[in-house]
Design a protein around this ligand. Structure first.
Ligand SMILES: Cc1ncc(COP(=O)(O)O)c(C=O)c1O
Length: 394
C-alpha cells in the first residue's frame, strides 16, 4: 500500500515540481480553523466581494433551472450571452465588438490557461509583472514556458511600462500578460501607457494579453480597455469581481478573429462548454437594474478604500500611491516588520486580522509587502484598524 503511494508520487509530472501554492489559501484555511474554534477574524486575505448575488442574476438562474436549461451549450457560450457581453463594450467603452470574438469560459482562470496553451511552446517566455496575479506564472509553466518576471514597485506606480517591457524582452519572449487594475496592487495602466506597451509588443510581433478583470472597479477615473486601442490584443474578463459572481465560475475573453478556430479546438476538448445555468444567470447581469446595483457597490468599495488606505498609513504602512481600482491595497511594511510572512502569521494570531504576504505575488520586495483585500463592510474595516493598532502598539 505504502509502496504504491511512494511509486505514485514519484510519477508526478515534472511540470508540478516548480509550481507554487497559492498562499492566500493557507491563510484562508488558518483563519477558517480559528473561526471554527470561536475566534473572530477580520477576513482580508481573499479577493472576494462581500456582497450576495444580485437579485436579477439569481432570478435568471432559477428560471433557467425551472426551464431545465441544464445541457451542454455551444463551446463558446450561449449566443445571447456573447451578444450581451459584446453590447456591454458599446455601452461601457463606446466600441463595437463582434459577438463572434467573445468566448465565454469557465471563470477567467480557464481563459488565462487557455491563452497560455495557445501560444507557448516549451522554452518560450512570457513577461509578467512582479508582483502580479500568482496563478499566471503557473499557467505559463503548465504550458512548458518560462515566466519572465518584470519587477515593479512604488517607483513605477506598481505597473508595467513600455520601457520595462522593452528592457525585459528576451530572445525567447513571445509576449506580455498584464492586469489593469492589477492584483495585488490595484494600480492601472493608463491609455497612453497601454498604447505604448501595445506598440512595443506589436513591433516584436508578440502577443499582448490584457486582464481586465477589475474593470468596473476603478474609482477616480474612467478605465481604458485595450480594445479601444487595438483589436489585436487578447482581453480576459470575468463575472467574478465587478458582477460579484466568484462561485458561478464564469468568465470571458475577446480574441482576434484569426485564432477563433484554434481556440475552439481547445474549448471543445478541454471543457466542452461553460456551465449552462451560470450562463443564463449572467444574462441578468446586464439588466439596467443590476448595473445600477454594481455601480452602487463600486461606490461602497471606494468609500472603504478611502477609509482604509489613510488608516493603514497612520499605522505606519508605506503606501506611496492610493490604489486606483480593484479592492486591494499593497502596503509596504518596512517600518513595521522585516518579513511579510512572519508578520502576516503574527497579525493573524495576535490581532485576529487575516491578510496575505507579498510572497504570494512574486519575488520582488515580496518580504516587504502585504496585500489587504478591503471587501469587508466598513464596521469590520474599522475593527481591523483598531486591532492592528493595538497589536502594533500604536
Ligand atoms: C487578476 C486576476 N485574474 C484572474 C483571476 C481569476 O478569476 P476567476 O477565475 O474567478 O475569473 C483573478 C482572481 O482573483 C485575478 O485577481
Amino acid at each position: 500500500m505504502n509502496e504504491n503511494k511512494q511509486g505514485r508520487s514519484k510519477r508526478l509530472a515534472d511540470r508540478l515540481s516548480n509550481m507554487t501554492s497559492f498562499k492566500v489559501v493557507d491563510f484562508l484555511e488558518a483563519a477558517v480553523a480559528m473561526e471554527a474554534q470561536g475566534r473572530d477574524i477580520v477576513r482580508m486575505e481573499a479577493g472576494e466581494p462581500s456582497f450576495a448575488t444580485a437579485p436579477a442574476i439569481a432570478a435568471a438562474a432559477i428560471k433557467a433551472l425551472q426551464e431545465e436549461k441544464t445541457n451542454y451549450t455551444p463551446s463558446f457560450g450561449i449566443p445571447e450571452l456573447r451578444q450581451a457581453i459584446a453590447g456591454f463594450y458599446m455601452t461601457r467603452y463606446g466600441i463595437k465588438v463582434s459577438p463572434e470574438r467573445v468566448v465565454v469560459t469557465t471563470g477567467s482562470s480557464a481563459a488565462l490557461g487557455l491563452i497560455c496553451d495557445l501560444f507557448i511552446n516549451p522554452g518560450d517566455g512570457l513577461l509578467l509583472s512582479d508582483p502580479g496575479y500568482p496563478c499566471n506564472a503557473n499557467f505559463v509553466r503548465r504550458a512548458g514556458g518560462e515566466p519572465q518576471l518584470v519587477p515593479v514597485s512604488g517607483d513605477n506606480a506598481y505597473q508595467l511600462t513600455a520601457e520595462l517591457v522593452e528592457q525585459y524582452w528576451q530572445p525567447n519572449t513571445i509576449g506580455v500578460m498584464v492586469a489593469s487594475p492589477s492584483n495585488p496592487t490595484g494600480e492601472i495602466i493608463d491609455a497612453d501607457n497601454q498604447r505604448a506597451i501595445n506598440a512595443v509588443v506589436a513591433q516584436r510581433d508578440g502577443v499582448l494579453i490584457m486582464d481586465e478583470l477589475y474593470h468596473g472597479l476603478v474609482y477616480d477615473e474612467k478605465e481604458t480597455s485595450i480594445l479601444e486601442i487595438t483589436d489585436n490584443a487578447f482581453v480576459i474578463n470575468s463575472f467574478s469581481k465587478y458582477f460579484g459572481m466568484t462561485g458561478w465560475r464564469l468568465g470571458w475573453m475577446v480574441v482576434p478573429e484569426d485564432v477563433l478556430p484554434a481556440v475552439s479546438v481547445m474549448t471543445q476538448n478541454f471543457y466542452i462548454s461553460p456551465p449552462s445555468i451560470a450562463q443564463y444567470a449572467a444574462l441578468g447581469a446586464f439588466e439596467p437594474g443590476t448595473i445600477e446595483i454594481m455601480d452602487a457597490r463600486r461606490e461602497e468599495f471606494r468609500q472603504r478604500r478611502d477609509f482604509f488606505v489613510p488608516a493603514l498609513r497612520e499605522l505606519g504602512f508605506n503606501i506611496p500611491h492610493t490604489p486606483a481600482g480593484a479592492f486591494y491595497v499593497y502596503a509596504g511594511i518596512e517600518n513595521l516588520a522585516e518579513d511579510s510572512e512572519a508578520f502576516c502569521w503574527d497579525m493573524l494570531e495576535r490581532a485576529g486580522v487575516s491578510f496575505t504576504p507579498g510572497t504570494d505575488f512574486g519575488e520582488y520586495l515580496a518580504r516587504q509587502h502585504v496585500r489587504f483585500s478591503y471587501t469587508q463592510p466598513m464596521d469590520r474595516l474599522e475593527l481591523a484598524v483598531e486591532r492592528l493598532s493595538k497589536a502594533l502598539g500604536k
